[in-house]
Design a protein around this ligand. Structure first.
Ligand SMILES: CC(C)(COP(=O)(O)OP(=O)(O)OC[C@H]1O[C@@H](n2cnc3c(N)ncnc32)[C@H](O)[C@@H]1OP(=O)(O)O)[C@@H](O)C(=O)NCCC(=O)NCCS
Length: 316
């Protein structure tokens, strides 16, 4: 994983945004988030995390057959950040492409990568979640600006012995409610113009409380779907690695799922919501902290813009 060096605390934000450290901590659990320096792009963050993943997995660059980058904040509109990452890593002419499934991006990437390996198309895949959100926040929109952070997390996917690895992956979406969380400006329907390029127009719109309720419900539903698919119960789960959108969402979902708090990975205090990067960052930290043992069942789950949701169970 990689988090940019610059840390932006809630107190720092108080200086230029109509908010307070107390409000952010109480309503979201966030204390600080990391922020890129000007000129840094999503593929730069992805590169740092990828190099670490390649080293930790003990593979050579030439072993890679494909690069999948999950992001909603690509370096440029065209081409994909996975292409830039491919170039920066100096890879041979293998496939590289982005997946945009917002906060469920890593779950979508894991489903895609897993299917490609299981079907024999590829042997080794670099899967990255990488986002830069802080430099496109309108600090006048305190509803969303305080929530997000920058970062990247990466994994290497390869086939494993039967009974280990990715046991099941699940995704769902509800496009009819996309307006609950969206960034309308700058796409094909509403391109940038001189007129709309003022600070207030370019912002993420979010119906926070509605999103909150839906997130808790879907976290529980999709996690249960994953458990049912492999005949496990919540008691079999050793670690729950949820997308980090709000500490209260994670706590509420965890309670409804009946999972012990000590089995839940929460790092949102230090990272904020890093969208598609949040699950691989949290997973990496859990591994580094010795919270993952061989044979453990790890449940991951996400919910976000789209609306999208997903879950996966991995036997480590
Ligand atoms: C965004 C969120 C933290 C807001 O928390 P909430 O408890 O639902 O708060 P509300 O939106 O009801 O706002 C409560 C009050 O705080 C105010 N407020 C909102 N943002 C604020 C901020 N950054 N600082 C201070 N006050 C703020 C509101 O204006 C409102 O004031 P009012 O009562 O005078 O009208 C919460 O709804 C949430 O986390 N939702 C899901 C977000 C999410 O998952 N996003 C990403 C998807 S991956």
């Amino acid at each position: 994983m990689y988090l940019p060096e610059t840390v932006l605390t809630n107190k720092d934000i108080e200086a230029f945004c109509d908010t307070t450290d107390e409000w952010i901590r109480q309503r979201t659990g966030i204390e600080e988030r990391h922020k890129v320096t000007p000129g840094e792009g999503t593929s730069d963050l992805a590169l740092r995390a990828s190099r670490m993943a390649i080293k930790n997995a003990g593979i050579a660059l030439d072993d890679l057959d494909a690069v999948i980058c999950c992001t909603v904040s690509p370096d440029q509109i065209l081409p994909a950040s996975a292409n830039l990452l491919h170039g920066k890593l100096g890879l041979r002419d293998i496939a590289s492409f982005d997946i945009n499934a917002a906060c469920s991006g890593f779950m979508a990437g894991l489903m895609t990568g897993n299917a490609l390996i299981k079907s024999g198309v590829y042997k080794t895949i670099l899967l990255v979640g990488a986002e830069i959100q802080t430099n496109r926040m309108t600090w006048k929109n305190r509803d969303t600006a305080v929530l997000f952070g920058d970062g990247a997390g990466a994994v290497i996917l390869q086939a494993s012995e039967n009974g280990y690895g990715v046991l099941t992956t699940h995704l769902g979406s509800d496009g009819s409610n996309y307006e609950v969380l969206h960034l309308p400006l700058g796409g094909s329907r509403e391109p940038f113009t001189k007129e709309n390029l003022d600070e207030d127009a370019y912002t993420i719109y979010m119906k926070g409380p509605e999103l909150f309720k839906r997130a808790v419900i879907k976290f529980v539903e999709v996690s249960q779907e994953a458990l049912d698919a492999v005949g496990l119960t919540m008691d079999d789960i050793d670690l729950f690695v949820p997308h980090q959108a709000n500490a209260r969402i994670i706590e509420a979902a965890g309670q409804r799922m009946g999972i012990a708090p000590e089995k839940v990975v929460m790092n949102i205090q230090k990272t904020g919501n890093t969208t598609a990067a949040s699950i691989p960052i949290a997973l990496h930290e859990a591994v580094q902290e010795g919270r993952v043992k061989e044979g453990d069942h790890i449940l991951m789950a996400s919910f976000g813009a789209g609306l999208t949701w997903g879950a996966a169970i991995v036997r480590w």
